[in-house]
Design a protein around this ligand. Structure first.
Ligand SMILES: Nc1ncnc2c1ncn2[C@@H]1O[C@H](COP(=O)(O)OP(=O)(O)OP(=O)(O)O)[C@@H](O)[C@H]1O
Ligand SMILES: O=C(O)C1=C[C@@H](O)[C@@H](O)[C@H](O)C1
Ligand SMILES: [Mg+2]
Length: 247
C-alpha cells in the first residue's frame, strides 16, 4: 500500500533507523536479546531495502537538491528534559531530514528500556553503547540526531560529533527539567531529591555542554518557537562558514 504523501519522510526515517539497528545488531557490542530477533535477514524482511551504499534510505529523495536547508546534518545535545527528542523530531520535519534518537536506537537494539539497561548491564555498558551509536550516526547524512542527556559529556563523543557538524545544545532551568521529567523514567533521577540531583549533575556537566556550537533556551517556550530559533541560528552558522548541505 502506498502511504499518503505527508507520511513518506517519516517512513523513510524509519527505514534509516532500521538500517542502523541492523548494523548495530551485527556489531560486537550489542547482545541479541532473543536469538535471531535482530538477525539481518529478519530485519530486512521487516523493513525492505534499507540503506544504499552512501547511507541513505534506498527510496529517499532527500538528497535530490529540491530543499533549501542550512545543514544536512545536525545533532541536539543538552541535559535530560531540555527537549532534545521532541524538538529534534519537529526540527527534522521542518528541514525534511531523517530523525534518529540515540536513546531510542539503543533501547531498540538492546531490547530493553534504559532503566533496565542501567539496572542489568550497568551505566558503563550504556555509555559504551552511546559511543558506538555516535560513531554510526556521524557517518549519516540528511539527519537530525537527538542525543541522550549524557552522550555529549564523554570527551571522545564530543570530539567526533563536533567534527561532523553543528551540535545545538538546548538549555532549561532545573525546575523546568524536573517538571518535564517527573512522570518519566530517567534512572539518574531515581533519588529522593531529584531537583538537588539535577542541580548537581548540571553543575558537573555545564562545561561540557558549553562546548556545543549553538545554544538555545527551551525554557517556557513552545516547541515551534524553539525550532524556529534553531533554524535561524543554523542559517547564521552556515553564512559564517559552517558546512553547507551537500545538495
Ligand atoms: N519547549 C517545550 N515546551 C513544553 N514541553 C516540552 C518542550 N520541549 C519538550 N517538552 C516536553 O518535555 C518532556 C521531555 O522532553 P524530551 O523527552 O524531548 O527531553 P530530552 O531532552 O529528549 O530528555 P532525555 O535526555 O531524557 O532524552 C516531553 O514530555 C516533551 O514533550
Ligand atoms: O543525562 C543522562 O545521563 C541520561 C539521559 C537520558 O537521555 C538517557 O540517555 C539516560 O537516562 C541517561
Ligand atoms: Mg530524549
Amino acid at each position: 500500500m502506498t502511504p499518503p504523501p505527508e507520511l513518506e519522510p517519516a517512513l523513510s526515517t524509519f527505514e534509516l533507523e532500521d538500517g542502523l539497528a541492523e548494523e548495530l545488531a551485527e556489531s560486537q557490542l550489542f547482545p541479541d536479546p532473543e536469538p535471531g530477533l535482530l538477525s539481518s535477514s529478519r530485519l530486512r524482511a521487516m523493513t525492505g531495502p534499507g540503506l544504499d551504499s552512501s547511507g541513505h534510505p534506498a527510496s529517499s529523495n532527500m538528497g535530490a537538491g529540491l530543499i533549501d536547508r542550512p545543514v544536512s546534518w545536525v545533532a541536539l545535545a543538552g541535559f535530560m528534559g531540555t527537549g532534545k527528542s521532541r524538538i529534534g523530531w519537529e526540527l527534522s520535519r521542518a528541514l525534511a531530514l531523517h530523525f534518529v534518537d540515540t536513546d531510542k536506537l539503543i533501547t531498540r537494539v538492546v531490547g530493553k528500556s534504559i532503566p533496565e539497561v542501567f539496572a542489568h548491564e550497568g551505566e558503563s555498558y550504556f555509555r559504551a553503547c552511546e559511543g558506538e551509536v555516535v560513531r554510526r550516526v556521524t557517518r549519516l547524512d540528511y539527519a537530525v540526531v537527538s542525543l541522550g542527556g549524557g552522550t555529549f559529556i564523554q570527551e571522545e563523543n564530543r570530539r567526533v560529533l563536533l567534527e561532523r557538524g553543528p551540535v545545538v545544545v538546548l538549555w532549561a532551568t532545573p525546575e523546568t527539567i524536573l517538571a518535564r521529567t517527573r512522570n518519566s523514567d530517567r534512572p539518574l533521577l531515581h533519588t529522593p531529591d531529584p531537583l538537588a540531583r539535577i542541580e548537581a549533575l548540571m553543575n558537573e556537566r555545564e562545561g561540557a555542554y558549553r562546548q556545543g556550537t549553538i545554544h538555545v533556551n527551551s525554557d517556557g517556550r513552545p516547541s515551534e518557537e524553539v525550532v524556529d530559533e534553531i533554524i535561524e541560528r543554523l542559517w547564521n552558522y552556515y553564512e559564517f562558514g559552517g558546512e553547507r548541505a551537500s545538495d
